[in-house]
Write a protein of this length. Structure first.
Length: 643
């Protein structure tokens, strides 16, 4: 990676490392020559000139090293980020983003993956520099006293062993505190996020979250304090050992000079060699330990970048053809993890080409999970899903998803401009404002977006500026943001399957009425899957599928399901009763409290003003004889959202 990041910078870095490694022992030896010649009254111009040159090299080396290191670090960082996020984008499902252990590993890869390769190679280069210095100093030391050189080298072995052990403990510390760091960042983010600021202030949660953040910080600090104590005792003891060896060596040298065995220049070299050898040894061992720690932390980066696909890929795969017949679910079972309850149990249903199928049921019945399986964000544990007879697992995932447009229940508003928020539904048309506005118009949001201060160039966020500096953002209402999400899905208006999962849950009654009319017109003749708790919004579907406890318990058209008087009819009547609504068969709505029946009319609609029945499917009022008859018998009421 580093070679790819910058070849010239790498070559220059190696050259500086070599010069930096040889300079200290060369300086020590030249110093000896200068002192010895001066002591004998000789001229020392040559060694002095050499010392001057080495001084210049010593002064320049740190600056060059810092510059080249920064060049390599920037280039390598680009390569590493590209590789890491290419791997993360290669996770085609959701499983790894919903597993705390995998999220910890991704965080470790993101935090340490960028630094660890550079740290590793830097450790390698600096260890090589230390080795060169060490060779030079040990050679000088051995010329003066071979036993002394041996003692100094042997004293480094405990240093190496202890530093390697400390490196492992540092790597373990980083991994063991990753989860604590993520939770610390969670609380910090909650306290500074505009989306949570209202509730935090209303419910007085600020201090509570702050206390939780500080608790995580205390745990991290405690673990770090324990590590620091180990480092203090380990490295402190080694420093004491090194000082004793150096001091003993100098005392020995003084006695040798007194006996005439060494010259004054020798003691200068010996002093520099003892200090330099121990410094070079400490640097070599420290860099080796740094490299070892980098390898340990780099393991998480490698595990992410080499993890491979999270969903199996068929080999050979089959192209995803345009839908012409049907999507079929055959005996599908699914749960999110082993040991967890089944979310879907033996589900079989068919979505015919060109038809609208509605999914209804109580919360937790498996509706949104079924959508995730259709988009192949997960694979069934048992059973299969067929697209014109081809198992989804046999198709390239990108090709399959390119044929689907969807509004998810937990839709997202990105901190981007209005144009980008919609245009990313089809990146090929991201800069086609006419197509974006057409999608916004179908979602009944074009008028509001066009009225923004910078129209479609306005960021839909108060936290970031727009495409041009100084373009301030704005905050839309929840219902407006939901219509932006619908517009994003409608950018894929030519796709084979349109999924609308609660597309109007945040809208007021008037906005919901308008958007359902537009969506009804848009999906005519298109294959679509509708999900809503508001049964009036799905009553015109070609088939309504009722889920309960992860199982399909009813199928049919609205009128047939009402006549069957099962779960769908019960839910429909409960909603109708809350609006004083009318039962489809004209026979009255049984009250949920057992207190008789409510008077009913022929279409399940509402008497909004006494001038006709306001239909739940939105076409207006019913002026039929039955409608007029119902006007005489039903108390007017005001329609609300979803009915």
């Amino acid at each position: 990676m580093i070679w790819r990041a910058g070849r010239l910078a790498t070559i220059g870095y190696v050259a500086v490392i070599v010069v930096g490694g040889l300079t200290p022992p060369a300086s020590a030896w030249l110093t000896k020559l200068v002192i010895d010649r001066l002591a004998h009254g000789s001229f020392a111009a040559g060694p002095a000139t050499g010392l001057a040159g080495l001084s210049v090299a010593t002064a320049m080396a740190p600056q060059l090293t810092r510059y080249l290191d920064a060049q390599i670090r920037r280039g390598t960082g680009m390569i590493i980020q590209d590789r890491l996020f290419s791997a993360v984008n290669g996770f085609t499902g959701l499983g790894r983003f919903e597993n705390p252990r995998d999220l910890d590993r991704i965080r470790m890869a993101q935090q340490n993956g960028q630094a660890a390769p550079v740290q590793l190679v830097s450790a390698l280069f600096m260890a090589a520099q230390g080795a060169l210095s060490l060779i030079g100093f040990v050679t000088a030391l051995a010329v003066i006293s071979l036993p002394m050189a041996g003692v100094v080298l042997l004293s480094s072995l405990p240093l190496l062993l202890i530093e390697l052990r400390l490196s492992r403990r540092r790597a373990d510390f980083l991994w063991n505190t990753t989860s604590l760091n993520r939770r610390q960042n969670l609380y910090a983010g909650l306290m500074t996020d505009a989306r949570t600021a209202k509730e935090i202030r209303l419910f007085g949660l600020g201090n509570w979250f702050r206390d939780r953040l500080l608790d995580q910080t205390r745990k991290i600090n405690g673990a770090e304090r324990s590590l620091d104590r180990r480092v203090l005792f380990g490295q402190g003891g080694l420093a004491l050992l090194g000082a004793l060896v150096a001091g003993g060596g100098l005392v020995w040298a003084v006695f040798q000079i007194r006996n005439g065995a060494l010259t004054v220049g020798d003691i200068a070299v010996l002093s520099a060699a003892l200090t330099g050898t121990q410094g070079a040894l400490a640097g070599l061992v420290g860099r080796t330990a740094d490299g070892y720690q980098a390898l340990l932390t780099l393991r998480h980066y490698e595990e992410i970048t080499t993890a491979g696909p999270d969903l199996p890929r068929a080999a050979p795969s089959r192209p995803a053809p345009p839908l012409r017949h049907a999507i079929e679910m055959e005996g599908v079972w699914f749960r999110y993890a082993d040991g967890h309850p089944w979310v879907l149990q033996d589900v079989s249903l068919t979505i015919p080409f060109g038809r609208a199928i509605a999914l209804v049921g109580r919360n937790g019945s498996g509706k949104s999970t079924l959508v995730k399986l259709l988009c192949r964000l997960y694979d069934p544990v048992r059973g299969r899903i067929l697209w014109d007879g081809i198992d989804l697992r046999q198709m390239p995932i990108d090709e399959l998803r390119a044929r689907i447009g969807a509004v998810f229940q937990d839709y997202v508003c990105y901190d981007l401009t209005a144009r980008e928020n919609i245009g990313i539904g089809d990146l090929a048309a991201l800069h086609d404002l006419d197509l974006i506005r057409a999608a916004a118009d179908r979602a009944d949001i074009d008028r509001e977006l066009s009225a923004l201060p910078h129209a479609y160039a306005t960021p839909l966020s108060r936290g970031y500026f727009g495409e041009a500096d100084g373009v301030d953002g704005t905050a839309l209402s929840g219902g407006q943001l939901q219509r932006v999400a619908v517009a994003r899905a409608l950018m894929r208006d030519s796709r084979d399957l349109l999924i609308l999962d609660e597309p109007s849950s945040g809208l007021d009654a008037e906005a919901e009425h308008r958007i359902h009319q537009r969506l009804r017109a848009h999906r005519a003749g298109r294959t679509s899957l509708l999900i809503s708790h508001r049964l009036g919004a799905v009553r015109d579907a070609d088939e309504i599928v009722v889920l309960s406890g992860g199982r399909v318990i009813e199928k049919g058209e609205h009128d047939g399901l009402i006549a069957a008087d099962g779960e769908y009819a019960r839910l429909f009547h409960l909603q109708a009763e809350s609006y004083g609504a009318l039962r489809a068969d004209g026979g009255g709505v049984p009250r949920a409290d057992g207190g008789g029946v409510l008077p009913v009319g022929g279409d399940g609609g509402l008497h909004a003003d006494g001038g006709g029945v306001l239909r739940t499917d939105g076409p207006g009022t019913d002026a039929s004889p039955r409608g007029r008859e119902n006007r005489r018998t039903t108390t007017p009421s005001t329609p609300s959202r979803g009915q």
